[in-house]
Write a protein that binds this ligand. Structure first.
Ligand SMILES: C[S@@+](CC[C@H](N)C(=O)[O-])C[C@H]1O[C@@H](n2cnc3c(N)ncnc32)[C@H](O)[C@@H]1O
Length: 251
């Protein structure tokens, strides 16, 4: 299904039921496109990992990205405070026979062990905690969602603009890191059909993102506002704003 010009609450209720809930942090069912980006997170991490590395992934979600890296390091641990995410991640690891990857419920803040690499993709972080989790000479890679992300969607849903950048080199320098790389991109992100749009917004619930999820009754006007400003022949055009930081703990 592509797009109608207008959706009633009943239309949206039917779409919402049809697309169902996200499993873990898996958005692969969405039909989307965007131009080539200056980096791709998993490729960046893969390029930095050594086969002997121990890795911790903070806020691993359903472990989808960490599992993509399972054969690039020696031991990998994913942590997430949401037990449902950890159940999903363990299930995926078992399905894939990924014996080098383990998952535990938590934020990582109470882990005493040190790792060669700390990862954090789109999850809350404290630079001081990351610093403590790294052995001297270790490396941190984090990608964070930028403050201008999906700005026209936030506007249509009448959400407050985000206060400021969620990450800066200074946060990490202050915690004792040396910055290797700090980059930013902001590109168009096209959602090509209505099922994908509703699935996406519904998946971005308040417990796991700074968007409040989707409710057919509450958000019918917002969806129609978004379509009136942002629907093109390609689909609904919004934007993807990301930061990437790679930092070293001096040895
Ligand atoms: C946007 S999802 C990203 C999941 C995964 N890193 C990915 O990129 O696919 C954010 C995850 O951070 C977790 N989270 C929430 N608060 C956290 C915290 N204080 N520390 C670590 N993770 C947290 C959420 O449960 C959620 O699974």
């Amino acid at each position: 299904m592509t797009f109608q010009e207008h959706y009633s609450v009943a239309d949206l209720r039917a779409i919402s039921a049809r697309v169902g809930q996200r499993q873990g942090w898996d958005f692969s069912r969405m039909n989307t496109s965007h131009p080539a980006t200056p980096w791709e997170y998993v490729s960046v991490v893969r390029g930095l990992l050594r086969a002997t590395d121990t890795v911790i992934d903070i806020g691993t979600g359903g472990g989808e990205r960490l599992l993509e890296l399972s054969s690039d390091a020696c031991q990998l641990l994913g942590v997430d405070p949401d037990p449902e995410m950890i159940t999903r991640a363990r299930g995926l690891a078992a399905d894939e026979g990924a014996t080098s990857v383990h998952f535990e419920t938590g934020t990582g803040a109470d882990i005493l062990e040190q790792f060669d690499v700390v990862l954090d993709r789109h999850a809350p972080f404290e630079a001081e905690v990351i610093h403590r989790l790294l052995r001297p000479g270790g490396r941190c890679v984090t990608q964070q969602v930028g403050e201008h992300n999906m700005s026209n969607v936030r506007e249509a849903f009448q959400l407050e603009a985000n206060a400021g950048a969620p990450i800066s080199p200074e946060m990490f320098i202050h915690a004792g890191f040396i910055i290797e790389r700090f980059d930013e991109y902001d590109v168009d992100y096209v959602i090509r059909d209505m099922d994908s749009l509703v699935f996406w917004l519904q998946a971005l619930d308040g417990a796991h993102s700074d968007f409040g999820g989707f409710d057919s009754e509450r958000d019918a006007d917002a969806i129609n506002r978004l379509l009136s400003t942002s629907l093109t022949d390609e689909g609904v055009v919004t934007n993807e704003h990301r930061y990437l930081l790679v930092a070293n703990k001096p040895g």
